[in-house]
Design a protein around this ligand. Sequence first.
Ligand SMILES: [Zn+2]
Length: 296
Amino acid sequence: MKIIDAHIHYAGWDGFNETAAESGQVNTVEGVADNFRKNGVVMAVAMGAGRDGGDPAVCRPMTPNLAGNTTPEHYGQPDYIAYCAGVDSGAITPENTTRSLEEFERYLQTPQCVGLKFYPGYHHLYLSDPRHYPFFELAAACDVPVVIHTGDTAGTRGHVKYAHPLTVDEVAVDFPKTRFVLAHYGNPWIVDATEVAAKNENVSIDLSGLAAGTIDAAVFLKQFRGYLEHMRVWMDYLGDWSRFLYGSDYPLVNIGEYIKVIRAIVPEEHHEAVFCNNALRVFPKLKPLLKAEEEK
Ligand SMILES: [Zn+2]
């Protein structure tokens, strides 16, 4: 089965290298390539995070940096790694909004920049903050989705009230032409995330980051049976498998076993949609990248 991983991290910072080691993976360009090949992952969307310092007078896109480079024209990452430009919400000011948008547009004009990523829980700001509005409009104009970290935050510095999936409802309504993706199914607010997606056609859900470390799928499925059954109940309640995207949150979890977990939760007849086709629809810029990959 051809797999698109709609949510990974592709960064070489110490934290990510350690996390990869904890999940038994090697966080290098070669390590990821090998890992993907073994598990049938043909393409991935990396979430830009971290701050590059750069020009303080502008909110610069946050990019993945495992391959070393951070400028859009000279990226250096493999062709099968697309990415969402991360928005450092706190760096947006009324004075720099226009320049910041131009900067994001410059990245979005390159093939591998396929979306925007917001981190409201980490940046202590609601997604509905008006400073975000022009970025939602830019995403719609460029036909790319807005991915939002929803649910629990890593570490203790986040404020989860900002990351609650219900906060996405307001902007999903007010920006009907923008596609939104609730990362991590808003976990543990699965019911709320389901409602936001059920109510708003422009909202999808990624299934990344629901397990961490070196897991064994069989053990995980048994140990967390109640939790996973609860999730499946609400997936059935939504009743639209075109809304779910497979994602791992690599390097958080060993991807081979995580794929097995998601395969076990999603009915087999929807595997192709959840593991591949839904991502191609939500992230249309992946289509030409995948085609080019397949022609290699
Ligand atoms: Zn993530």
